[in-house]
Design a protein around this ligand. Structure first.
Ligand code: AMP
Ligand code: MN
Ligand code: MN
Ligand code: MN
Length: 283
């Protein structure tokens, strides 16, 4: 990002051990401070449980902190992620959605385990539940077990062969509809941001249809940079955010020092002056 008077190193998309991240909220905030982040959000998958710890640690470092969550939804049968930002963690509507998704996660994990058994793998359900502990159980936990047991070479292979959306068939069709989620949250005064729009199997034409629906249903923003996204994709997303009147958000989507993730506070450079930054009123 260019240095300028308005420059802030923000990171509005990160994960901790309360979902599928490797660092505790405290460790994650410490890393954000080390990386000189000046506005930070924790956005674990379908849980608010890490927010209090992260907020306390951020306060100890005088790091401005926003409550966040990455909600699992779907649109036309495609799983989509939506980041909600800057809310009261006691918001009843949001808590109800989060609890519903947690139930879906457990149910889906049972079905994923069954699907893997059908493909000749051992039943990994109990170990996946144990591995997740008090964090949100997800496919990365299955992937870790498969690697640990030597069933696949690495997590990427686990997704390629067994866990990717294409491999899960009708099992990917489990999340609440985007329209329903936005309907519940649109009057709740929080930012509602489409996460990493270039990571879905959508042509630009279809992505525009999604953005039209997203805007009409009450979405307020979209990520224009997520980790080490291709610069031409960032340019496209900058233009689309302006075309659809959506605020621009950014984040590393950091999960840990492994896999494809970039460092906390790092993402492909954006043109701050050609978009409406979601954090303009928060700093
Ligand atoms: P779930 O929340 O259970 O649907 O799992 C989705 C999570 O899996 C994403 O948030 C990523 O953290 C992780 N993931 C997705 N694809 C891959 C991949 N190819 N390799 C490693 N992790 C992945
Ligand atoms: Mn994840
Ligand atoms: Mn995501
Ligand atoms: Mn994420």
């Amino acid at each position: 990002m260019p240095e300028s008077a308005s420059y802030r190193k923000v990171d509005l998309h990160t994960h901790s051990t309360f979902s599928d991240g490797r660092l505790t909220p405290t460790q994650l905030v410490d890393l954000a401070v080390e990386q000189k982040v000046s506005l930070f959000a924790l956005t674990d998958h379908d849980t608010l449980d890490g927010l209090a710890e992260a907020r306390a640690q951020a306060a100890a470092h005088q790091l401005p902190f926003l409550n966040g969550v990455e909600l699992s939804t779907q649109w036309k049968g495609i799983p989509l992620h939506m980041v909600a930002l800057n809310f009261d963690p006691n918001n009843a509507a949001l808590n109800a959605l989060v609890e519903k998704n947690q139930g879906i996660r457990l149910d889906r994990a049972r079905r994923i385990a069954d699907l893997l058994v059908k493909q000749g793998l051992p039943d990994l359900f109990d170990e996946a539940v144990a591995l997740a502990g008090n964090s949100q159980l997800g496919r990365p936990h299955f992937a870790s077990l498969m690697v640990e047991k030597g069933l696949v070479k690495d997590a990427n292979k686990a997704f390629d062969r067994y866990l990717g959306n294409k491999r899960l068939g009708s099992l990917r069709d489990v999340w609440p509809e985007l329209e329903e989620v936005l309907g519940v949250l649109r009057e709740q005064g929080m930012a509602l941001i489409l996460a990493h729009p270039k990571r879905y199997p959508l042509t630009v034409t279809k992505l525009k249809r999604l953005l039209a629906d997203f805007t009409a249903w009450g979405g307020t923003g979209m990520e224009i940079a997520s980790g080490n996204e291709r610069p031409d994709h960032v340019r496209l997303l900058e233009r689309l955010s302006q075309e659809f009147g959506l605020d621009a958000s950014v984040g590393s989507d950091f999960h840990g020092p492994f896999g494809p993730w970039t460092q906390v506070g790092h993402f492909t450079q954006i043109h701050e002056t050609s978009v409406d930054l979601v954090w303009r009123d928060w700093v």
